[in-house]
Design a binder for this molecule. Structure first.
Ligand code: C5P
Length: 244
């Protein structure tokens, strides 16, 4: 069974998606981390991010592995490095690149073959796994997401300007939703969960209940063709050796 979780930045997807996978005993794929790996590799090699062709070359050579809770790019542990501000502020040039997206989509589909998995991102229920048995669209109001970010920063003894965070987030939301390929949009058959006023535990309980309800539907476990946009049949993965 494939469970997709899409939604805007700051809705609390990452940590709850991972916990959901753990609770279900499913594999977990953080697709944002893949775009982050390619961005980091470009930055480390001094690649001009506006040079779309060179960026695609880097993406092709980037072998991404998920080991335990760590992320490795070409054998190097980049778990922390991919969360760097420099990566976050440059990533749109990589995530907007159509060819990079094709490589990532294909690698994600290949990774999922034969697995029960939770995958998390922006385009999982729409582009990557349109036939997933369970699709969740996780949201929270912009104000709540900005307030959460402020609380996180305060907890780390860092300064947090609510208005600036809200404005930056609105810009990111706009960019994510207006991306011509793989833009953030809820699949028509996704279950929407608004996390405003819910604790992480409550969100997790709700997601587990949604997955269980889909598991009870007899046909949901039989996927005749899980990849209707079937990139996985177009040959071997081109992102390094794929994503492991
Ligand atoms: O989820 P995360 O914040 O790590 O994603 C990093 C960036 O990668 C975001 O800007 C998002 O737009 C992009 N992304 C994407 N497609 C995905 C996952 C993330 O374009 N499936």
């Amino acid at each position: 069974m494939i469970v997709t979780i899409d939604g805007p930045a700051g809705a609390g997807k990452s940590s709850v998606a991972r916990k959901l996978a753990d609770s279900l005993g499913f594999a977990f794929l953080d697709t944002g981390a893949m775009y982050r790996c390619v961005t980091l590799q470009c930055l480390e090699r001094g690649v001009d991010l506006n040079d779309a062709g060179r960026v695609v070359e880097i993406a092709r050579q980037c072998e991404i592995e998920f080991r335990d809770k760590g992320v490795f790019a070409n054998g190097v542990d980049v778990t922390d490095a991919i969360r760097d501000v420099a990566v976050s502020s440059s990533i749109k040039l990589i995530a907007d690149n159509t060819e990079v997206r094709e490589l990532m989509v294909k690698a994600q589909q290949m990774w999922a073959i034969g697995k029960d998995a939770v995958t998390e991102g922006r385009d999982q229920g729409t582009v990557v796994f349109p036939a997933a048995e369970c699709k969740i669209f996780l949201t929270a109001s912009a104000e709540e997401r900005a307030a959460r970010r402020c609380r996180q920063l305060h907890a780390m003894n860092k300064e947090a300007d609510y208005e600036a965070i809200l404005a930056a987030q609105r810009e990111r939301d706009h960019h994510d939703t207006s991306r011509p390929v793989g833009g953030l949009v809820a699949a028509t058959d996704a279950t929407h969960v608004n996390t405003d006023c819910l604790s992480e535990e409550q969100v997790l309980d709700r997601l587990i209940a949604i997955v269980r309800s889909k598991q009870e539907v007899p046909n949901s476990v039989e996927r005749s063709n899980p990849y209707p946009n079937d990139l996985s049949k177009q040959g071997e993965p081109e992102v390094g050796n794929g994503v492991a």
